[in-house]
Ligand binder design. Structure first.
Ligand SMILES: CC(C)(COP(=O)(O)OP(=O)(O)OC[C@H]1O[C@@H](n2cnc3c(N)ncnc32)[C@H](O)[C@@H]1OP(=O)(O)O)[C@@H](O)C(=O)NCCC(=O)NCCS
Ligand SMILES: [Zn+2]
Length: 185
């Protein structure tokens, strides 16, 4: 077996799971899900059909990754954070043809218990604070907190806040403004 799953996990036949990935207690992976290498998928996680998860992602306990969600490589999903996929659901009306895509770009962190309203893109190495509600696109390296989520600063690849001149005082990386947010260099 190129990956590990705890005996209580349910891996539907057909699911593609990469080398070195670990899947923990009571987690359900659907048949057409594609999960990369070296991911850690915690306890009580649901990965829906057609979801793609890149390499090196960490998904903490109690997260449902719904259809319409795309996680690029090295994404961190904090415990009990919430994705959505229908913008204006009604129990009486089937709206699965109205799924809005949520893309989480390389290296982004989604804090514990945050909610991502569907149709938004979380930028590369963006940082969503614990409990934030994301209602708009988040720029690369932006730090967003609160409800509704507001940007209060910028975060380095290493996870530390940047100074006003866009330097990380912890690892010395320097950043510059781009049309997507910040970029290294
Ligand atoms: C965002 C975070 C990293 C703190 O960053 P920081 O640069 O140290 O921020 P500070 O603590 O200096 O706070 C700056 C301001 O933002 C506010 N703030 C910080 N985090 C916040 C959050 N999650 N929600 C709302 N406001 C927040 C602070 O209250 C402070 O407000 P003030 O200026 O009015 O006093 C941290 O609060 C956080 O949310 N971490 C995520 C933890 C997590 O989910 N881990 C998951 C795995 S266990
Ligand atoms: Zn840094």
């Amino acid at each position: 077996m190129p990956y590990f799953n705890h005996e209580t996990a349910i891996i539907d036949p057909g699911a593609q799971i990469g080398f070195g990935t670990r899947i923990w207690h009571w987690t359900h992976i659907s048949a057409t899900a594609v999960i990369g290498e070296n991911c850690n998928i915690g306890q009580n996680v649901f990965v829906a059909d057609q979801v793609t998860i890149g390499n090196g992602c960490k998904i903490q306990n109690n997260v449902s990754v719904y259809n319409g969600v795309i996680l690029e490589d090295d994404v961190f999903c904090g415990p009990s954070m919430v994705f959505t996929n229908i913008y204006n659901p009604r129990a009486e009306i089937r709206k699965m043809d109205q799924v809005r895509t949520t893309r989480v770009k390389h290296g982004a962190t989604l804090g514990a218990n945050c909610t991502i309203v569907c149709g938004n893109t979380i930028g590369r190495y963006a940082f969503v604070g614990a409990g934030a509600v994301i209602t708009r696109n988040v720029p690369d390296h932006a730090l967003v907190v609160g409800n509704p989520g507001r940007q209060i600063g910028w975060v380095c690849q290493c996870g530390e806040r940047l100074s006003d001149d866009l330097v990380c005082l912890s690892c010395q990386k320097q950043y510059r403004q781009t049309e997507f947010g910040l970029s290294e260099g």
